[in-house]
Design a protein around this ligand. Sequence first.
Ligand code: NA7
Length: 529
Amino acid sequence: MTPDYDALIIGAGFAGMYMLHRLRQKRFSARVVEAGSGVGGTWYWNRYPGARCDVESVQYSYQFSPELEQEWEWSERYATQPEILRYANHVADRFDLRRDIQFDTRVTGATFDEGGNCWIVETDKGDRIVARFVITAMGCLSSPNTPRIPGLEDFEGPIYHTGNWPHEGVDFSGKTVGVIGTGSSAIQSIPIIARQARHLTVFQRTANYTVPAHNRPLDPDYVRRVKADYGVLRRRARTKPAGIDFDINYASAIETPEAERTRIFEQRWAYGGLGFMASFQDLLLNDDSNKTAAEFVKAKIREVVKDPAVAEILAPRNIIGCKRLCVDTGYWETFNRPNVTLVDISNGPIERVTPTGLRAKGQDYEFDCLVLATGFDAMTGALLKVDFRGRGDLPLRDKWRDGPRTYLGLTVVGFPNLFTITGPGSPSVLTNMLPSIEQHVDWIADCLDAMRSRNQAVIEPLPEAEEEWAGEVGRSANITLRSTCSSWYVGANIPGKPRVFMPYIGGFPAYIERCEQVVAEGYKGFALA
Ligand code: NA7
């Protein structure tokens, strides 16, 4: 079988676009297949009101091209979805990527042909594409989770999922709206929906921690300073566990005297953003330290929310930072509005959706539109929607029945020549996605290059390497408090999904070092032929 391409890339978000660019630079032939009508991935689909990145824009950007870094102007500290999507489109144009992207096409299956050492890829448009390598760039939070609530199909009004928002936008003016969920997407959209809608009812199963963004227009002097030596910022970020240039305080929260501890929390609170979790180094390592941060945030909720009963419902019960910390603009304040009602469904699930609303804990709620801010089948959802068949026709679904296993988050035993950018077992979802993506893509491109120079056609991790990496992912998860709650990191939000902490939490620097070491030792842990 003659391959049509060296590599078939699935997805034209930030990972797929850079993968295409990198392979072209190395003179490989590559084709991208993308389900959407445009580039941008997450930022193409998640168009809900208030959608915004909670990593600062000067850091949430590509660093592979100094020219791109210099020419692009971010307008705000945290970029909005439309601005990030404009950036993605700019990148696609600037590097002339579109001519190798097939849009409006979903990959449905891919089978490894052991005789020909290539993948046969099928799409919903009836394509059959043969490629030596398949590289998935489908994102970690890209398979929307629509909970199976009885009666959902009977609702007479429109239903919107935050992760698949209508491109023409939605105007809630004069409408009554119900929102299910209080994760990051809900926390970003609720303040804006509340301003538009006649009435908003929020159904909260688990209260979440959020810190203020303190978003603002970017100061041109600050941008000039960053751009004068962007590399300094990027290199510093690479030394931090999350790949974000936070100022980490290496003291222990519980060992710091209370007055000093509060001063530090206040300072971080006033600065805003995810760096709050770097107030002390042990917030996710020590229960007592964690409690100090949790109590600080709960006191803030009580300060802001006027009705003590509502403040009590909004106060999270679990560990701060265990579920992904949210970053907001005016979230708690929203619950002081007369047109907003908070319904606590923590002690009784929604019984059913009715034609005109929903029924929970024996009470009926009515609204014109329903917003599902119910998240994603994270990390494995998108991968398992494709019917991947490896050696011996083994389905990836079967291989991962008890939870995903990979070597370095990038490769899977039994699935030769398949690379999974930001796959389970990679640190990407716990880091700034962009530098993680670039690191993964560079590693894969260098690997293909090395194989070509040695005339090798097949790469596959060894079972013992995969086993060892799964152990490493598990061990590092067990050290932190992050693996202890029912989050999407452990698949807890999807009924029936195996409970495994999926990302590698050992930190971005340790991961980079490991990937580099594997290469230095001649692709240790891989069989190459
Ligand atoms: P999340 O963070 O997974 O939030 C989903 C929310 O939806 C969360 O509050 C869930 O409650 C709630 N949910 C899900 N299913 C139900 C049902 N059946 N009934 C009631 N409530 C439900 O998704 P987001 O889109 O907000 O954010 C995903 C990531 O994107 C985020 O972490 C950032 O990295 C960006 P639960 O907590 O499960 O009780």
